[in-house]
Design a binder for this molecule. Structure first.
Ligand code: PPE
Length: 309
């Protein structure tokens, strides 16, 4: 994704709308040196009732919660961040976009104790298409189990979406790509399946759906929650506290990723082992279709998941 050719020119920063090129921080920003920031990835969809942010309240809640272990107190009320985001989208006339709120310890002094540093907050929004490519949504992706393990929740809280620890995802992602795969799957310290570098993972076996429990060092993904609810409403049995071994990946009937950026992306192979028929499976297809209907605003029963612009 490049920003140059995009039709977006404004960023909200610390209470004000500033020009894209003026949204700068000092090079001695605490968060740059120590990764002391928390962030979100949210999508706004062009629904049949107009542009609407998907599950904004949940993302906002996770942003505030993510800051807790680090004493990052966001100096804005949730309503202020909501208003800023809605206005940001309106000003740039975006119909659908990816929204990136971030809060981080700013510039005051370095050293590991951040308590004298201000907390800076910014929100950007820009168009962002299919994370792993349009074709991936249809055909599925080829993935590899990473040689890097997911950091354990006993080392860094994995339910917080903190900037610094994403170096773990970057390593897994780089490794997968340099070996010719589209994406990675990370095992946790115990060797169980944790998640993708930027996605949760679902497994289908004998018509039932499994996803790693939240104590497996994965993020409590909001798309994960959405998929669980949609699947149950479709009548599937979903085990959402599963422990999944590496071997079970290879023998699964179907596998798919979920995430704000990745949406619902089928996995067609793991470590060169074909999964199912080596393409999008029927259960994945049904859930993905339901998900796309949902984000197009066609499913009235989930209307309270949308914040209209
Ligand atoms: N696990 C990880 C590690 C993760 O980063 C994400 C989101 C998820 C699971 C899914 O969570 P949710 O979006 O709430 O369903 N990854 C974000 C960042 C992607 C990026 O490349 O940056 C995202 O999807 O927005």
């Amino acid at each position: 994704m490049g920003f140059d050719e995009m039709d977006v020119d404004t960023i909200w920063m610390d209470g004000e709308f500033v020009d894209w090129e003026d949204a700068q921080v000092h090079v001695l920003t605490h968060g740059l040196h120590y990764g002391t920031g928390v962030f979100e990835g949210v999508r706004c969809y062009d629904t049949v009732d107009g542009p609407a942010i998907f599950r904004w309240e949940e993302h906002l809640q996770r942003l505030y919660d993510s800051g807790k272990p680090y004493d990052i107190e966001i100096p804005f009320e949730p309503e202020e961040l909501t208003d800023a985001t809605v206005e940001l989208i309106r000003r740039q006339d975006l119909q659908s976009c990816y929204i990136r709120p971030i809060a981080f310890y700013g510039y005051e002094e370095l050293g590991l104790n951040p308590s004298n540093c201000p907390v800076n907050v910014a929100i950007a929004a820009w168009p962002w298409g299919a994370y792993l490519g349009e074709e991936a949504l249809e055909e599925g992706v080829d993935v590899a189990v990473s040689s890097w393990r997911k950091y354990a929740s006993s080392q860094i809280p994995t339910n917080a979406k903190t900037t610094g620890p994403y170096v773990n995802s970057v390593l897994a992602s780089l490794e997968a790509k340099s070996n010719g795969y589209v994406e990675a799957i990370l095992l946790n310290k115990e060797g169980h399946v944790a998640e993708g570098p930027g996605e949760n993972l679902f497994l289908v076996r004998d018509g039932e759906i499994f996803t790693s429990g939240l104590a497996e060092s994965n993020l409590d993904g909001i798309t994960r929650r959405t998929v669980i609810e949609l699947a149950r409403d479709l009548g599937y049995t979903v085990y959402d506290q599963a422990t999944i071994s590496r071997g079970e990946l290879y023998t699964a009937d179907e596998l798919f990723f979920s995430g704000t950026a990745a949406e619902v992306t089928p996995i067609r192979s793991v470590d060169d082992n074909e999964i199912g028929e080596g393409t999008k499976g029927p259960v994945t297809d049904e859930i993905q279709q339901e998900f796309f209907d949902l984000i197009e605003g066609k499913l009235d029963e989930y209307d309270d998941w949308f914040t209209y612009i």
